[in-house]
Design a protein around this ligand. Structure first.
Ligand SMILES: NC(=O)c1ccc[n+]([C@@H]2O[C@H](COP(=O)([O-])OP(=O)(O)OC[C@H]3O[C@@H](n4cnc5c(N)ncnc54)[C@H](OP(=O)(O)O)[C@@H]3O)[C@@H](O)[C@H]2O)c1
Length: 361
């Protein structure tokens, strides 16, 4: 790319916003030129606004420290400085819906980490290896919004990335019934152990709204685009329990599965290891070379050993074995704030750029 695209981050001071800032340092296509957050942060330098809240392992990139934080609500002002935005603001669902649409209507593409638009009919919800074809919905959306280049695209919830890629890889065997328990990291709630000490040596058996998302969102991702709409996948039926566990980064899923046609274990592993999609074909900058790794050791995947596989963009599967009640059971792991949040959104933006939906203004 001759000249980098100018990027704004809405909610730049938060946990996911900080992850965007870190991932985009030295990005070959995108350059963060604008950071925006609540009116509380507006007017301060990014460094001042974040203060002691920097939660990344790597230092704050020099290039953003002195940027003056803008107010997310000043849409025209923010939009005038960028080619597109990533959205990671924490507001009410209705407020997020309205503000993301307001940005799209200024002809600014919005790639969102938020759940507000995940079920808006003409908004694509994409894991680029699985359903990059759903980006074609944008044409329908633009007609509704009356825009030529502005639109909204979203990525799904962080919990589903630990098992949905396997369901996609095994599509030809007809996954029929799936029983999942997720073990979710505290960074998924925007927290570290410093600001959530109650989580040390604790498990909380409730994450608001998460079970519904974990059961339903895979059906949209695995669905097909027909006549300008997503037809949800009818199978598998998914039931899920979501637990918050004392882990900083990394969502684990323990899964039982039944198939229409029961494959062999070797067939299942072969499909995982050979699964790839648009990001690998187009060699997108953030694409993992191998999306899914299969680990044969009995004690893998482990959060500490495997969460950063492929820079946090890959998915690790292990412990695949036959079960006494279901056909098989296995364990999945993915990085919730990289693949499951900011990294997944960056990969969506790269795919949208490669497909020509995002261009310089
Ligand atoms: N953490 C995860 O792994 C994860 C995964 C998937 C989805 N999400 C979703 O991503 C969003 C951000 O999550 P987070 O964990 O990064 O949250 P967070 O750390 O609390 O950050 C929230 C961001 O939104 C801004 N904000 C808050 N209230 C605002 C308002 N009234 N107007 C404008 N900006 C406002 C904050 O600005 P100030 O600093 O100025 O307050 C901050 O930049 C949430 O919707 C969350 O549900 C998070």
């Amino acid at each position: 790319m001759e000249k980098k695209l100018r990027v704004g981050i809405l909610g730049a001071t938060g946990m996911v916003g900080q992850r965007f800032i870190s991932l985009l340092e030295n990005h070959p296509w995108f350059e963060v030129v604008t950071v925006a957050a609540s009116p509380r942060s507006a007017g301060k330098t990014y460094e001042e606004a974040v203060g002691g809240r920097w939660k990344m392992d790597t230092p704050m990139p020099e290039g953003v420290k002195k940027l003056i934080v803008k107010n997310v609500n000043e849409v025209e002002e923010v939009a005038s400085t960028v080619d597109f935005v990533f959205s990671a603001v924490d507001m009410t669902k209705d407020e997020i819906k309205a503000i993301e649409e307001a940005y799209a209507k200024t002809e600014t593409p919005v790639v969102s980490n938020n759940s507000a638009h995940r079920w808006t009919k003409d908004v694509p919800m994409v894991v680029p290896e699985i359903n990059a074809a759903h980006f074609d919905l944008i044409k329908t959306q633009k007609e509704r919004l009356g825009t030529t280049r502005g639109f909204i695209a979203v990525k799904p919830n962080c919990s589903i990335q630990s098992y949905t890629p396997a369901l996609a890889a095994w599509k030809e065997f007809g996954p029929k019934e799936v029983v999942v328990t997720t073990y979710q990291a505290i960074s998924g709630a925007g927290k570290t152990f410093k600001d959530w000490p109650e989580m040390i040596e604790n498990i909380i058996p409730y994450i608001g709204g998460e079970e519904e998302k974990s059961e339903k969102e895979p059906l949209r991702v695995l669905g097909t685009l027909e006549n300008g709409e997503i037809k949800l996948a009818e199978e598998p039926k998914i039931t899920c329990q979501c637990l918050r566990v004392p882990v900083l980064n990394g969502h684990t899923a323990a899964v039982f599965i039944n198939f229409e046609k029961k494959p062999t274990k070797e067939q299942l592993i072969e499909k995982l290891e050979s699964f790839k999609g648009f990001p690998q074909e187009a060699e997108l900058p953030s694409a993992p070379k191998q999306f899914i790794q299969y680990l044969s050791e009995d004690d893998r995947p482990q959060v500490k050993a495997d969460v950063n596989y492929e820079n946090g963009m890959g998915v690790s599967i292990g412990r695949l074995r036959e079960d006494s009640m279901y056909d098989y059971k296995f364990i999945g792991l993915s990085h919730n704030t990289v693949r499951g949040a900011a990294g997944g959104a960056v990969l969506c933006a790269e795919a949208l750029t490669a497909k020509g939906y995002i261009q310089a203004k």
